[in-house]
Design a protein around this ligand. Structure first.
Ligand code: BGC
Length: 252
């Protein structure tokens, strides 16, 4: 396999930082999946050290392969503009430059849900689908990717939709972390998801919902409980979508 059909993806999340080497023809990991815990507080210098550790373990610290890094915040022109589940230091921070200086190499830097959406459109549940695909990741927060006819509309942040009655962001009410926090049964959680996806459906009339995040491996427990006009399917790459999509964007 040619070297240039591979790239490295690192997915920085609220609880773990995961990385792997990806075969871009197939959209699959060709290395071990390396995971370290996200340092408590998720401050920039600690996150950088954890990313370095992942790359060193992968044997991918040099510049031989393109490197994509995904982050759980709005990413605009290399700057992080929000910090829902990470330290406030990231708001208005030149994050891409910070990682490039710290790692001593170029990177491609993007929102975590956006890259997961790219992975599912290129290699997964939304492959070959025209129209509007909305991928949501249900994890610590809710991330979203909107992809129209294969084109990503970045930084949609649909986990922060609000509904007056709840007086809080959708993700505080319906993310997987809310299910764990409130010790909900699948059925009770599905009621919250029903509200969330019905609202998205009303606002955007998508052609397909893809549900990602680690909990998508239990999709059978909650997706059949939802009643929507729009087809809703689990992500194929689940927790690896961030790694695969970050690598794919880095090689573009
Ligand atoms: C952040 C998003 C991120 C999502 C999933 C949200 O809290 O605002 O940028 O994509 O969590 O990590």
């Amino acid at each position: 396999m040619a070297q240039n059909s591979r790239a490295v993806g690192v997915d920085i999340g609220g609880t773990g930082i995961k990385g792997g080497i990806v075969d871009l023809d197939e959209g699959v990991l060709v290395s071990d999946r390396i995971k370290v815990a996200t340092p408590s507080g998720a401050r920039p210098k600690d996150v950088l050290a954890a990313v370095q550790q992942v790359l060193t373990t992968l044997g991918a610290a040099d510049e031989k392969l393109p490197l994509g890094v995904a982050f759980p915040a709005i990413v605009k022109n290399g700057r992080t503009l929000s910090a829902a589940n990470v330290a406030e230091d990231w708001v208005g921070f030149e994050a891409e430059k910070f990682f490039e200086d710290g790692l001593g190499r170029g990177i491609h830097f993007a929102n975590d849900a956006d890259v997961a959406g790219v992975a599912e459109v290129r290699y997964g549940a939304a492959r070959g689908r025209d129209g509007l695909v909305i991928l949501t990741t249900l994890g610590t927060g809710i991330g979203s990717a909107m992809i129209h006819n294969g084109m990503l509309i970045p930084n949609s942040e649909l986990g922060h939709l609000q509904r007056a009655r709840h007086k809080r962001d959708a993700e505080a009410y319906a993310a997987y972390s809310a299910m764990e926090r409130d010790r909900l049964t699948w059925k009770k959680w599905a009621k919250r998801l029903q509200w969330y996806y019905s609202h998205l459906e009303f606002l955007f009339s998508p052609d397909l919902f893809v549900v990602g995040g680690g909990v998508s491996k239990h999709a059978d427990e909650f997706l059949p409980l939802l009643s929507l006009r729009t087809p809703i399917v689990p992500a194929v790459h689940r927790n690896n979508a961030g790694i695969i999509g970050a690598a794919a964007l880095a090689a573009d």
